[in-house]
Design a protein around this ligand. Structure first.
Ligand code: GUN
Length: 289
């Protein structure tokens, strides 16, 4: 039987409608939330993401400023820019789009962002607070995945979750988020990665499978059970000469066959991607508050 398709665009719209009243009451107090996005270099995928973030701000009445710098920008220059944005009272959220060019030290750049403006949730203080169960900026993609499950009435508490991929942006923080003692969490989480033996043992036995490893169509139908809910975080450009652009976007899940088998699944595009942006808007409003 075909799976329920979890529509990230629809759920993101719900998050936006909830944010409208918060933004209106901030405006009554003379505060307009503002997000500054810093992009270094000309990675085409990053350029698309940055444009989508600016568009979401515009739609919600959040001020946004996208600063695009050449890939030759020095580490000193980006640190100086962050200092300036930290000191700017009009800027509530700062996002430095990853990946940065190879000559930059990403950790040092992230550490320079004031934790009060860290709407990405990447700063070590934000990560430490998440690990300690304290209020903080949750990283946008993991938080978006949690919200998708919540708004789709998919129980997480007591369920077994297999996360494939252990990145600092998705896999690791998502494992913390879903296993903590809190609402829409309390799951038993396994993180699978490139050294895991028999990944399919874990994915087949999981109630919720989350693919976040960055390998096109890695998760196949034989790796999941019929009762599984499958969340696809991957966005991969693969060659498609038949398309005008010469490429198409696919997730980390082989959608056509997996969607014929499982209980529910997120599409790519239109799944987790819109949720990441919605949670960035949520964090920017939180920062302004
Ligand atoms: N690159 C890929 N995902 C993200 C994200 O969530 N935030 C930033 N800053 N860069 C990214």
């Amino acid at each position: 039987m075909a799976a329920q398709i979890i529509d990230g665009r629809k759920i993101a719209e719900k998050i936006y409608s909830e944010l409208h009243s918060d933004i209106a009451s901030l405006k009554k107090d003379g505060i307009i939330p503002k997000l500054t996005v810093v992009l270094v270099g000309d990675d085409p995928a990053s350029a698309v993401y940055v444009r989508m973030k600016a568009k979401a701000c515009e739609k919600l009445g959040i001020k946004s400023d996208t600063q695009i710098h050449p890939s030759l920008m020095t580490q000193e220059a980006i640190l100086a820019l962050i200092d300036q944005l930290n000191a700017d009272k009009e800027v509530h959220g700062i996002l430095v789009q990853m990946p940065l060019p190879g000559h930059m030290n990403s950790e040092k750049v992230i550490e320079r962002i004031s934790p009060e403006k860290d709407v990405d949730g990447f700063h070590p203080i934000s990560k430490g607070k998440l690990q300690s169960g304290l209020d903080t900026f949750m990283p946008c993609t993991p938080y978006g995945v949690q919200k998708m499950l919540e708004y789709s009435d998919i129980e997480v508490s007591g369920k077994s979750v297999a996360i494939v991929g252990r990145s600092q942006i998705v896999g690791m923080p998502l494992a913390l988020l879903l296993s903590q003692k809190a609402n829409n969490a309390n799951a038993t989480v396994t993180i699978c990665h490139s050294r895991t033996k028999n990944i399919d043992f874990y994915t087949k036995n999981a109630d919720i499978v989350i693919a976040a490893l960055g390998k096109p169509e890695f998760i196949t139908a034989d790796m999941v059970s019929e009762k599984a809910v499958v969340i696809d975080v991957g966005v991969n450009r693969v060659d498609a000469p038949e398309n005008e652009k010469g490429y198409k976007l696919v997730g980390d899940v082989k959608f056509d066959e997996v969607s014929e088998k499982v209980r529910a699944i997120t599409p790519v595009p239109g799944g987790v991607g819109p949720m990441t942006i919605a949670m960035l808007m949520y964090n920017t409003v939180k920062a302004a508050k």
